[in-house]
Each structure stands twice: as structure tokens, then as C-alpha cells.
Design a binder for this molecule. Structure first.
Ligand SMILES: NC(=O)c1ccc[n+]([C@@H]2O[C@H](COP(=O)([O-])OP(=O)(O)OC[C@H]3O[C@@H](n4cnc5c(N)ncnc54)[C@H](OP(=O)(O)O)[C@@H]3O)[C@@H](O)[C@H]2O)c1
Length: 260
């Protein structure tokens, strides 16, 4: 296990949900954290909270779809914290995209945030990690990355591309001393899921999820899927069922629910 004590961890999407709770968790493990998102007030409040319990944190505002603003903000955090040991590409969002509400461009914006946002983070950090011969890249994908679920084409597609990209990086960078961890959560309570009007089986509290992610980072794990029920469901539905049978199940579910 690689101790996070004294390590500097930059987190995108740290103003709420998994990112904010992960920041608190990593500070409890002794890390210094750099927090990035668009909502300045949330970041400032979180830094104040962390400093209030004796932790070290810094914040910077940027939109992960803005290459130059993002690079500038990451560089500012890097300078303030005296380097970067771990970077967590967590910023992202999801929204149903049923065909009767089709909006041209919406899928492109979602890919730009979820997938290209992560790639911009990697563009900024990888040259630094390669030069240092060490580092740890963490990407928050989703269990939704394993199949094209109903009315979630852009979300599932962007998360699938993240997961496969990270897998390739993991095997390619291992010999360079750089670890790559892919986080695939099931349903977790957050601003993202509070809008959902459908049942969310096996949903976890945000703090519990953040602790799980913190453990995965500390252990430099490869790909993690949680909770275990989702890991099992993913295995049965996606890995063992023939694709045509899986799509039949998804189509029947969509017909039963009707448009929304
Ligand atoms: N909750 C779940 O069930 C679940 C399951 C699987 C995967 N995930 C993934 O977990 C990650 C965190 O989501 P969450 O559930 O914690 O939801 P959340 O509370 O809505 O957090 C999303 C974070 O991403 C930031 N963000 C969104 N768009 C951004 C942009 N363009 N530039 C910079 N920051 C941006 C938000 O900050 P600002 O709005 O302040 O910019 C916020 O801090 C996402 O990648 C999500 O896809 C969540």
C-alpha cells in the first residue's frame, strides 16, 4: 500500500458529491489536496472546512472543457501545493438522452466534459509524471461504461471510452513507474443522482463511496467496480449474456417505462 501521507492530490469536480467527499477522505489520510471545479463558493468553503481541521488544501476555478483555463488552474494548484503526486479526473455529469427529447450537440458537450475533460487533465500531467518517472492517474468512469444502457448513449459512451483509454494507459505506463486507476461506481448519492426519477438499486452514501475510492487510490488498484452487487450484475449481464439477449432485456425495460 502506498501511503498518501504528505502526498499532493489534485481533484477535478471537487465542489460537490464524490469529489468533495474524496477530498475530505484524502485529507484524513494525510494528503494535501488541490480542488478544481467551476463553482468558486463551494471550493472556497471546502478549503476553509479542510483548513479548519488542520488539513492543507488549495482551490482553483476552471471548466474542464476549456483547455487553457484548465491547464492554468492545474499549474496554479501544482505550484501552491509544491507538486503533484496523484491526479483525479472526476469532473463529469450525466443526463438522460431519450430519442423524443433529442438535442443536436448535447452528446458532444457531454463527451467534451466527461471524456475530453479527462484527456485534457492527462495532457497536462503526463509529461510531468513521465519526466519524474512516477505518478498516479485516477479516472472516475462508471459501471455504466460496460453497456449502452437505455436513453444514456452519451453518458455510457463517454464513460466507456474513458475506461478503455485508462486501461490502455495502465498497461502502457506500468513500466514507467506510473499507476493508473479506473473507478467505476454504481449509484452514489450526489447532485447527479438526486435528479433521477427512476429506482437506483444498491445506492451508496457519498461518504462511503469516497472512502472506497480513497482505499483504491492508496492501494494503487487497477480497475474497481462497486458496490459488489453492481460488479456482479455487470459480470452476469455484460460479460456472460450474449449481446442480443442483453439488448432484448434493455429494450423490454424501455418499453415498460415508456418515454420520459
Ligand atoms: N453519483 C453516481 O451515481 C455516479 C456513478 C458513476 C459515476 N459517477 C461519476 O462521478 C463523477 C462525480 O459525479 P458526482 O456523482 O459526484 O456528481 P456531482 O455532485 O454533480 O459532481 C460533479 C462534479 O463535477 C464538476 N463538473 C461538472 N462539469 C464540469 C466542468 N465542465 N468543468 C469543471 N468541473 C465540472 C462539478 O462542479 P461544478 O459544477 O462546480 O463545476 C462537480 O464538482 C462524475 O464523473 C460522474 O459521472 C457518478
Amino acid at each position: 500500500m502506498a501511503s498518501l501521507k504528505g502526498k499532493s492530490v489534485l481533484i477535478t469536480g471537487a465542489s460537490s458529491g464524490i469529489g468533495a467527499f474524496l477530498a475530505r477522505d484524502l485529507v484524513r489520510r494525510g494528503a494535501r489536496v488541490g480542488l478544481l471545479a467551476r463553482r468558486k463558493d463551494r471550493l472556497e468553503a471546502l478549503v476553509e472546512e479542510i483548513e479548519g481541521v488542520g488539513g492543507q488544501a488549495a482551490w482553483a476555478v476552471a471548466d474542464v472543457t476549456d483547455t487553457y483555463a484548465l491547464a492554468g488552474a492545474l499549474s496554479a494548484l501544482n505550484a501552491e501545493l509544491g507538486g503533484t503526486d496523484v491526479i483525479v479526473a472526476n469532473a463529469g455529469y450525466g443526463r438522460p438522452d431519450p430519442p423524443h427529447k433529442f438535442k443536436p450537440g448535447a452528446a458532444i458537450v457531454m463527451y467534451d466534459t466527461n471524456l475530453f475533460g479527462m484527456l485534457r487533465v492527462i495532457d497536462w500531467v503526463l509529461p510531468r509524471f513521465l519526466e519524474a518517472g512516477k505518478g498516479h492517474i485516477v479516472g472516475v468512469a462508471s459501471v455504466a461504461s460496460y453497456a449502452g444502457m437505455t436513453n444514456s448513449a452519451a453518458y455510457c459512451g463517454s464513460k466507456a471510452a474513458m475506461r478503455v483509454h485508462l486501461q490502455s494507459l495502465r498497461v502502457s505506463l506500468a513500466s514507467h513507474g506510473i499507476a493508473v486507476t479506473t473507478i467505476c461506481p454504481g449509484f452514489i448519492k450526489s447532485e447527479l443522482t438526486e435528479k433521477n426519477k427512476f429506482p437506483m438499486p444498491f445506492i451508496w452514501e457519498t461518504e462511503r463511496a469516497a472512502r472506497y475510492v480513497g482505499d483504491a487510490i492508496e492501494r494503487r488498484r487497477g480497475e474497481v467496480v462497486f458496490p459488489w452487487q453492481m460488479r456482479w450484475l455487470k459480470q452476469v449481464l455484460v460479460r456472460w449474456l450474449p449481446v442480443a439477449v442483453l439488448e432484448g432485456v434493455l429494450r423490454r425495460g424501455a418499453r415498460r417505462r415508456g418515454p420520459r
